[in-house]
Design a protein around this ligand. Sequence first.
Ligand SMILES: *[C@@H]1O[C@H](CO)[C@@H](O)[C@H](O)[C@H]1NC(C)=O
Ligand SMILES: *[C@@H]1O[C@H](CO)[C@@H](O)[C@H](O)[C@H]1NC(C)=O
Length: 414
Amino acid sequence: MATGATVGAWALVLSLWGAAAGSRNLTAQIGKPLVLNCKGAPKKPPQQLEWKLNTGRTEAWKVLSPQGGPWDSVARVLPNGSLLLPAIGIQDEGTFRCRAMSQNGKETKSSYQVRVYQIPGKPEIVDPASKLTAGVPNKVGTCVSEGGYPAGTLSWHLDGKPLIPDGKGVSVKEETRRHPETGLFTLRSELMVTPALGGAPHPTFSCSFSPGLPRRRALHTAPIQLSVWGKQRWGGPLARPVPLEEVQLVVKPESGAVALGGTVTLTCEAPTQPPPQIHWIKDGTPLPLPPSAVLLLSEVGPQDEGTYSCVATHRSHGSQESQAVSISIIETVEEGSTAGSVGGPGLGTLALALGILGGLGIVALLIGIIMWRRWRHQGEKRKAPENQDEEEEERAELNQSEEPEAAESNAGGP
Ligand SMILES: *[C@@H]1O[C@H](CO)[C@@H](O)[C@H](O)[C@H]1NC(C)=O
Ligand SMILES: *[C@@H]1O[C@H](CO)[C@@H](O)[C@H](O)[C@H]1NC(C)=O
């Protein structure tokens, strides 16, 4: 009993192994011959073997006789027991099985899963864009793969990295067509991208064909390099796009206004490779500094105010100047108090002038009073004999306020 069970288990294991070992996946190129061996069959007739197949040409299992027949042009059994398909086609995809009896009466089965393929022509990017505009959707081009089987897929790459369509910045319109006679596929993939403003100025696009069968190599288009241009800077009919490859001057702080004693950083950005030499210009005059992409103005003073630009010089591209930026010094609260003290001497001068004027005025007034008093005194003397009565009255009035003077006058009298 136990021995029988063991033998049965081994038989099961062996039969499973046999089935697994006997089944093979094969791929064959369309139009080429394919030979399938019938395992365990004697190399020469007389043989006891049977080939049967279930493919696109058959409705169910079709048994082939070794004697040959109308299927000879499609598949025939060779003298050594193998099956020959002289020129395999798409309709020959399917399952092929052989059952053979060896000379000592042992049965062997073989099974093949056959798939066919055709390598398409090298994919191409047709109607490539001449340039791209940043911030808006652009058609990059259409990738075309012609004459492949099975269909396979097309994919795009940007600077060597896969471009995944997201329906926003990257979108792809795909089309698959099948040739009515050959059954081969033509794939088209139209790529639309929206380059980011300030993104890479020279993106490289390529397209790849990935076969629908494993272990087949992908095919790649020649890459196309495009220039990304900025949005139109000016409106109207004379609008011109601006290349992003323009040399950009970046200022920190952005306003270009800095407090006295503060720091300004000017960075010259030129996207060309290898990096160009950068020189700096202030108010139209080159600054005598070694080439550097960064100009740092620290502890700025009034002498640093002005208009700055940078010039990028490249061996093959020539020179290009950036836009100019102006750097100015702003007055902070501290700065305002300094201004007040600076204004101080001005006000002091004014006060001094007013003081002098006031002093002179007072002196003049005093002199005037003295002069008037003297004049009045003399007049009194002269008038006294003529208009005694009048003078008497006047004196009486004056005596109310100028008693001492009147007394003095009287004393100084005759
Ligand atoms: C054959 O291909 C099928 C899928 O088509 C797979 O499931 C199977 O494992 C493959 N067999 C072998 C022996 O590679
Ligand atoms: C049988 O013959 C064909 C063609 O001559 C050959 O390609 C194939 O390998 C042979 N099969 C075996 C099992 O020897």
